[in-house]
Design a protein around this ligand. Structure first.
Ligand code: NAD
Ligand code: DAU
Length: 351
């Protein structure tokens, strides 16, 4: 093996796609997937690659500094792709502390552990921090987030990610740690946990349950197919300039309510229902506190400098995603049993 790469949060939604691409495309790399396996982590997401010789899983908590130091000492990682995080805005509103620990303290622990093993020679090493467009705050009707947009996070989740972004850059400036950062817009695709809008709505439509739309559904998000995000991660990890930040986005803005109507149309077709059947499930519910109005990413730096662009049209990505959720009923049933029901009741029923 030429290089040993640590991927954190590899049992989650985006992380599992990153692990899959790196294990399959880089047989010379040993890929170590570190994950605490919270409610969002699921090793069945990686069934197809778990027996590959260049893959290893380690169950650990990034908040545990001693564990991180020992792990880095043992494996002498050449690179880190850091995705482990608490990732759901609504959960951060209900319970911010978990976000402070994992997203901020956990990131600092990884930076310290990398710094310790790379202090004498950081040639060819790389610490890649995966972040979100939510750090930039909320846009009005016009404009886009660029890499120069001032940070203005407005939820406990986005502010914890913003803090970690700042600390990652501070380690570059202060200690010359070879870091690179990217900030991406909303992802959708296979293996996304059904607390997020699209898989939650797919699951509810399938089960003839109300589709909860916050406020009037007027908020806007820029949607990107997860595999296109992961292609960008591959390019940035290998070709991005140390110390730089790259914005990643789909140039694909949708009002939430229009997105849900589109989803309902496709679901009616796939489930052989009369057109208009699923849309009857749309239910407007109490808005999210501090709900950001609009996110939209300008990804021209990544496109011009590193040659990335989204490969899939949104309609194609939606077809693939919906087909996957409908074909993987067991996965959906497993992740929505037990603790999920309690979360769902607190978030949507007992408010
Ligand atoms: P996810 O919630 O699906 O997965 C997070 C993973 O991190 C899970 O496997 C979980 O078990 C693991 N984890 C959580 N706390 C941990 C801890 N203390 N120690 C070790 N592992 C822990 O999240 P996701 O949607 O795949 O997001 C992954 C990353 O990408 C996050 O950093 C998120 O901020 C960022 N991001 C997400 C999106 C999106 O649309 N989902 C967009 C841009 C950026
Ligand atoms: O922009 C990137 C971010 O996208 C990531 O950093 C986050 O990890 C990811 O969760 C996502 O954040 P959002 O808050 O935009 O995603 P979510 O799927 O929770 O919500 C999308 C939109 O849909 C948002 O405007 C809130 C709304 N919504 C969400 C849920 C769960 C509803 O109207 N009803 C719902 O039940």
């Amino acid at each position: 093996m030429k290089k040993t790469i640590l991927i954190t949060g590899g049992a989650g939604f985006i992380g599992s796609h990153v692990v899959r691409l790196f294990v399959n495309n880089y047989p010379d790399y040993k890929i170590v997937n570190l994950d605490k396996l919270t409610y969002a982590g699921n090793l069945t997401n990686l069934k197809d690659i778990e027996n590959k010789p260049n893959y290893e899983f380690v169950k650990a908590d990034i908040v545990d500094a001693d564990a991180m130091n020992s792990l880095f000492e043992k494996y002498q990682f050449d690179g880190v792709i850091h995705l482990a995080a608490e990732s759901h805005v609504d959960r951060s509103i209900a319970n911010p502390m978990e976000f402070i620990f994992t997203n901020i303290v956990g990131t600092v622990n990884l930076l310290n552990a990398a710094r310790a093993i790379w202090k004498d020679n950081s040639e060819g090493k790389r610490f890649y921090h995966i972040s979100t467009d939510e750090v930039y705050g909320s846009l009005g009707e016009t404009g886009f987030f660029t890499e120069e947009t001032a940070y203005d996070p407005r939820s406990p989740y986005s502010s914890s990610k913003a803090s970690s972004d700042h600390i990652v850059r501070a380690y570059y400036h202060t200690y010359k740690l070879p870091v690179v950062v990217s900030n991406c817009s909303n992802n959708y695709g296979q293996f996304q946990f059904p607390e997020k809008l699209l898989p939650l709505a797919i699951n509810n439509i399938k089960n003839n349950k109300p589709i909860p739309v916050y406020g009037k559904g007027e908020n806007i998000r820029d949607w990107l197919y997860v595999v296109d995000h992961v292609r960008a991660i591959d390019i940035i990890y290998h070709k991005g300039t140390i110390g730089e930040t790259y914005n990643i986005g789909g140039s694909n803005e949708w009002y939430n309510i229009s997105l849900i109507h589109k989803l309902c149309e496709i679901m009616d077709r796939k489930l052989n229902r009369e057109p208009g059947t699923s849309a009857k499930l749309i239910t407007f519910v109490k808005d999210r506190a501090g709900h950001d109005l609009r996110y939209a990413i300008d990804s021209s730096k990544l496109q011009k400098e590193l040659g990335w662009k989204p490969s899939l049209k949104f309609e194609e990505g939606m077809e693939i995603t919906i087909d996957w959720y409908l074909a993987n009923e067991e996965w959906l049933n497993n992740v929505t049993s037990g603790a999920y029901q309690k979360y769902y009741d607190n978030q949507y029923i007992n408010r």
